[in-house]
Ligand binder design. Structure first.
Ligand code: ADP
Length: 541
């Protein structure tokens, strides 16, 4: 018989995070830009009390342990209360991405069997459109006070503040098995139907601990943290948990995610640390550069969700902001790797340091990774061999929600990404396997091509997609959205690649577009571009 440890076996529950913040950082602020238009401020102590009232309110509505409760909401304090009130009571907080097509929103709500859906005022038209297609939803709760409720709506609505006001907060967070489901996120489903990743209390608490570590995201009580990444995009990469866990001030930007609004909030609230997908920083950088502004307190940001273009890392650095390149996915809660320099890298010339920072980084404790060839054999960590990236760990998915087929291969989760790993363990994504360009059987990294193009001063955004070629099967086509007022020709752009990538990697052609379509999580929608250009004839073809 094994000798068992004799320490308290307290379950790792999400409620413990907000309890901790309220008790030990009770006076620390949470600032939210509301759909009402104003800035709302209160403290962790207030947040925990109102989360308890919300737990009482959903119990009064009949929500039981394990039931799913949906949200269609921006980053804001009420959404945070739902994160804690719903999960903390043993129900499942299901964040739905409101930027998806209404049919997908309805599909996801129905698949999850959400009992109630909480939504921000912005999404009333969406709710009015989908409600009839979601017969299982017992009630739609508008996250607003009585005075902001619509005079009439096409759907019977409940009012969030009325629900809260009816409760006294006399509620004790229940204790239960840490493996109980806590929250649910669907992948955005660029192919096929969206699939659900059902997190547990244990996986969430462990992920929050690990991602707060100094070489991961590095969150501290001394920080002021503003997640631009939405709370409906893989739980804002866990920040709504890891920020209260460390006791930092939290700033939630609501619906206004344009450069000017985000900048204003950064300055006003003395934000030190932020996180978002590259397209968000494009907007912010454009605003800051166009108006000759500086950041007074903002000093580092996490960029993930898609590759951070080197030009963006450099531009942020020039403004005194360190980029922490991070990689992960919905199936990984989401954090897998983050890129921080080692002590010995500090002596390297800046250009070499930047080369490292362009990689997606090293795993954080809890996650393990490997790259494998087509037969599943592990490939060397030499920074050159590339293969399918597989991961495992206590916050990595085992099964999709309501889907019996196991996605695992030999106990590992295949990410669908193609990567290299160098001898120091820094992983670099070369592509999503479905975005890889295969020219004459050899692979071209679309990310590398995009990174070069993004550094050209006239380029706002660039996507590299494969195009049919009679001889080579596929050749790269560069789709470019220019900066407003900037001029550049096809020839100039192609010449710009010379000496920067292997000759045969240089795209065959450039197509200028006024808009590059983005996914619901703000990534370039290459699938749509490939459809758009499916009949495109390359000049040499
Ligand atoms: P979706 O993009 O479908 O909404 P996810 O947010 O889960 O869903 O996307 C995960 C994928 O995003 C990863 O598998 C990878 O392809 C891509 N990704 C995430 N972070 C990075 C990064 N830093 N660099 C390159 N690709 C990234």
């Amino acid at each position: 018989m094994a000798l068992m440890g004799q320490m308290m076996s307290e379950p790792l529950l999400i409620s413990s995070i907000i309890k901790h913040a309220a008790r030990h950082y009770g006076g620390t602020e949470i600032v939210s830009r509301r759909t009402e238009g104003d800035l709302h401020r209160y403290t962790y102590r207030d947040c925990e009390l109102r989360s308890r009232k919300l737990a009482q309110a959903i119990a009064a509505l009949g929500v039981q342990s394990g039931d799913r409760v949906g949200t269609l909401a921006w980053n804001g304090y009420r959404h945070l209360e739902i994160y804690y009130g719903v999960s903390g009571s043993g129900a499942v907080c299901h964040t739905v991405n409101p930027r998806l097509f209404p049919e997908q929103v309805a599909y996801i709500i129905n698949h999850a069997e959400d009992q109630y859906v909480f939504f921000d005022a912005t999404f009333l038209p969406l709710v009015e459109g989908v409600a009839a297609h979601c017969p299982g939803v017992k009630g739609w709760v508008m996250m607003s006070d009585r005075s902001h409720m619509p005079a009439q709506a096409k759907v019977p609505l409940l009012c969030y503040e009325d629900l809260i006001d009816a409760q006294d907060g006399n509620y004790t967070w229940p204790q239960f098995d840490e493996n109980t489901a806590s929250s649910l996120c669907y992948t955005s489903g660029t192919t096929g139907n969206p699939k659900g990743a059902l997190y547990s209390h244990r996986s969430t608490v462990l992920h929050s601990y690990a991602s707060a570590l100094p070489d991961a995201l590095g969150c501290s009580a001394r920080d002021v943290i503003l997640p631009v990444v939405p709370m409906f995009h893989v739980n804002a990469w866990g920040l709504p948990y890891s920020v209260p866990l460390v006791g930092a001030k939290l700033v939630l930007p609501g619906a206004k995610l344009d450069g000017a609004s985000v900048y204003e909030l950064f300055e006003k609230e003395k934000v030190t640390f932020s996180a978002g997908v590259p397209t968000v920083w494009l907007g912010l950088l454009q605003h800051v550069q166009a108006n000759n502004l500086k950041f007074s307190t903002f000093n580092r940001t996490v960029i993930g969700g898609s590759a951070a273009p080197p030009a963006m890392i450099r531009a942020l650095k020039a403004l005194g902001v360190e980029t922490i390149h991070a990689w992960g996915m919905t199936e990984m809660s989401p954090l897998g790797t983050s890129c921080r320099l080692l002590a010995r890298h500090e002596e390297l010339p800046e250009a070499e340091q930047q080369k490292i920072q362009e990689k997606q980084g090293r795993v954080i404790y809890g996650v393990d990774m490997k790259i494998v060839d087509g037969d599943g054999n592990e490939l060397p960590w030499d920074g050159k061999a590339f293969g399918d990236l597989h991961v495992r760990g206590p916050w990595v998915i085992e099964h999709y929600y309501r889907n019996d087929a196991s996605p695992l291969v030999d106990g590992w989760f295949p990410t669908g990404d193609v990567a290299t790993i160098d001898p120091d363990g820094y992983m670099q994504i070369t592509d999503r396997s479905k975005d890889v360009i295969k020219s004459g059987g050899e692979w071209i990294s679309s990310i590398d091509i995009e990174n070069v193009a993004a550094a050209h001063p006239a380029v706002h955004m660039a996507a590299c997609i494969s195009c049919y070629h009679p001889k080579w099967d596929e050749r790269p086509l560069l789709v470019v959205m220019k900066k407003p007022g900037a001029e550049v020709t096809r020839e100039e752009l192609l010449k710009y690649f010379e000496g920067k990538v292997a000759k045969w990697w240089i795209p065959d052609d450039v197509a200028f577009v006024t808009e590059i379509p983005l996914t619901a999580t703000g990534k370039m929608q290459k699938l749509k571009l490939r459809e758009q250009f499916k009949d495109y004839r390359l000049p040499a073809a």
